[in-house]
Design a protein around this ligand. Structure first.
Ligand code: CO
Length: 134
């Protein structure tokens, strides 16, 4: 069921500094910042040969990234995203095995314009998992 690693998301306390670091120090292909008001984040995608890195920066007071950065002031890995072919089938299978979907349980449209869901980290060894239908 699980497909490719789509991206690793890193919450950052200083978006401009993180962009400069990936672009200038690592020589990576860094995209333009994009506001995602539905998710309370500004995202920057970095394209690597085999996957992507998603920089996450809080957008608005209710951003889910605010609490994460309070606990991790220098930033940190926030979630990893796996690709699935059928997000509803994946959700139904995973909830039957004990996973809990965050929010309403219904997919939202994610940063790539495709349906996404998040699974509670308690079920996945402390790691927040995003599923993206490709
Ligand atoms: Co993501």
């Amino acid at each position: 069921m699980i497909g490719r690693l789509n991206h690793v998301a890193i919450a950052v306390p200083d978006l401009e500094a993180a962009i400069a670091q990936y672009r200038d120090a690592l020589g990576a292909d860094v995209g333009a910042p994009k506001d995602e008001p539905d998710h309370g984040v500004t995202v920057v995608f970095i394209t690597l040969p085999n996957t992507k890195i998603e920089l996450l920066y809080p957008l608005g007071d209710a951003s889910p990234i605010n609490g994460f950065l309070d606990k991790n002031p220098s930033g940190g890995i926030h979630h990893i995203c796996y690709e699935v072919e059928d997000i509803i089938a994946a959700r139904d299978h995973l909830t039957q095995t004990g996973a809990r979907v965050l929010g309403t349980g219904e997919p939202k449209i994610g940063a790539h314009g495709k349906p996404v869901l998040f699974l509670h980290p308690k079920y996945f060894n402390g790691c927040l998992i995003e599923l993206e239908q490709v």
